[in-house]
Design a protein around this ligand. Structure first.
Ligand SMILES: Cc1cc2nc3c(=O)[nH]c(=O)nc-3n(C[C@H](O)[C@H](O)[C@H](O)COP(=O)(O)OP(=O)(O)OC[C@H]3O[C@@H](n4cnc5c(N)ncnc54)[C@H](O)[C@@H]3O)c2cc1C
Length: 375
């Protein structure tokens, strides 16, 4: 996703670009995820600013691409299961509102209007009308295809094995299909970014964070918004008051998400686990996701689950992206570490990295996402 979005924006400025992909387009996290463009779940400050800028780019992208990316500004709900969660959600909504986001807190009876068959146990929710959804797979393929039409070469099944640096400047990329001369290289390798960093002797601290998802049969429209539970935010942003209460859920990093795709299937999520590069699903997580989902939306129990999958989020130590240059290696750029937000942040990442590569500066401050914040 991040590589395709960056290539797309670079090409719009007339750059000559090559995408080097070890497997296939969307074979990584971008083909194994949800499509939330969720603003209310972002950390206040520069993370939220980035997400809002990105969200604003999606309508134009949807217009521009030949592929229908199923962009839908459907709004987003975050559900509270108890009074403590509601208190936390209310406090957060106040801060988000002060930052200019359209967020309102709903009582259980207000909520019934937006989500009629929600569990009686839900104590309230926050609603953000700017939250949206997109088909991540189609977005990745659509951006890559458009970039290709503008002249990008896409090398699939071609793994980067080494990057040659001489006199503190990137000169060449060695791949399984031969060498490519280039004075500029962008690392958008998701969970492969740490390996890429080693090639230029820089530690890019990205580790895989697994997320598992269930897919139900396709049905008539049952959900008009993207929906999450407060624990989803807790596990994502490490908020003590919103962590899952039971031990098993806590071990899995379980947080409820649900979205109905344009084809009618409902995606139910998800987990946040550190299981190395194992991208398999597990019976424990599948059971826990299903049980948890029914706790929020009891009618889910009547749907057939047709599939499950897992993806590996590129996770940095603070869960925020790593964007920018590295010291001492000219021509090397990083666009990685988007963790659970890479679809939402793809558009703005592509645009900012294109600006950085071509102009040496960006229209938004990316210093908060510098690699050197960890040092
Ligand atoms: C369960 C789950 C749910 C999610 N839900 C959402 C959501 O609702 N909204 C949202 O915004 N985000 C979501 N995400 C996060 C999102 O999927 C990721 O942030 C995003 O896909 C990362 O994109 P990427 O391009 O950086 O990485 P990837 O999609 O993993 O792409 C990296 C690519 O680099 C290639 N590569 C790696 N090493 C090399 C090498 N040496 N040479 C050549 N190629 C290489 C890989 O083959 C891969 O194709 C979710 C993730 C998961 C797992």
């Amino acid at each position: 996703m991040i590589g395709a979005a960056t290539a797309y924006y670079l090409c719009k400025e007339g750059a000559e670009v090559m995408i080097v992909e070890a497997e296939d387009l969307a074979s990584g996290a971008s083909g194994a995820c949800d499509g939330f463009i969720s603003l209310q779940t972002k950390q206040l400050g520069s993370h939220l600013d980035l997400a809002r800028e990105s969200a604003q780019l999606f309508p134009a992208i949807a217009e521009d691409l030949e592929v229908d990316i199923e962009y839908n500004r459907c709004g987003g709900l975050m559900l509270a299961r108890n009074a403590e969660q509601l208190k936390e959600i209310r406090a957060r909504a106040k801060k988000l509102k002060a930052a200019g986001l359209q967020v309102e807190v709903l009582t259980p009876s207000d909520l019934k209007e937006r989500l009629p068959d929600v569990s009686k146990d839900i104590k309230g929710a926050s609603y953000c009308e700017d939250d949206a959804q997109v088909n991540p797979y189609k977005l990745t393929l659509g951006m890559a295809q458009k970039a290709q039409e503008m002249g990008v070469t896409i090398l699939k099944g071609c793994k980067v094995e080494n990057i040659v640096v001489t006199n503190n400047r990137v000169r060449e990329v060695n791949t399984t299909a031969g060498s490519i001369h280039s004075r500029r290289v962008i690392c958008a390798a998701g969970t492969g970014s740490n390996q890429i960093g080693k090639m230029i002797i820089v530690d890019i601290p990205i580790m895989p964070q697994r997320g598992q998802i269930l897919v139900t049969e396709a049905r008539e429209r049952l959900l008009d918004a993207i929906v999450s539970g407060a624990e989803y935010l807790g596990t994502k942003a490490n908020i003590a008051g919103l962590m899952p209460a039971d031990e098993e859920a806590s071990k899995l990093g379980l947080g409820f998400t649900a979205e109905q795709t344009a084809s009618g299937n409902i995606l139910l999520g998800s987990t946040r686990e550190f299981a190395g590069f194992d991208d398999g699903t597990t019976p424990e997580a599948i059971n826990a996701i299903a049980k948890n989902a029914i706790g929020f939306l009891p009618w889910i129990k009547d749907l057939d689950v047709i599939r499950s999958f897992a993806g590996l989020r590129p996770y940095s130590p603070d869960g925020l992206p790593i964007l920018g240059t590295v010291k001492g290696v000219k021509g090397f750029f990083m666009a990685t570490g988007h963790a659970g937000d890479g679809i939402c942040l793809a558009a703005i990442t592509g645009r900012l990295i294109s600006e950085l590569v071509l102009d040496g500066e960006t229209s938004m401050d990316i210093e908060p996402f510098s690699l050197y914040r960890f040092k």
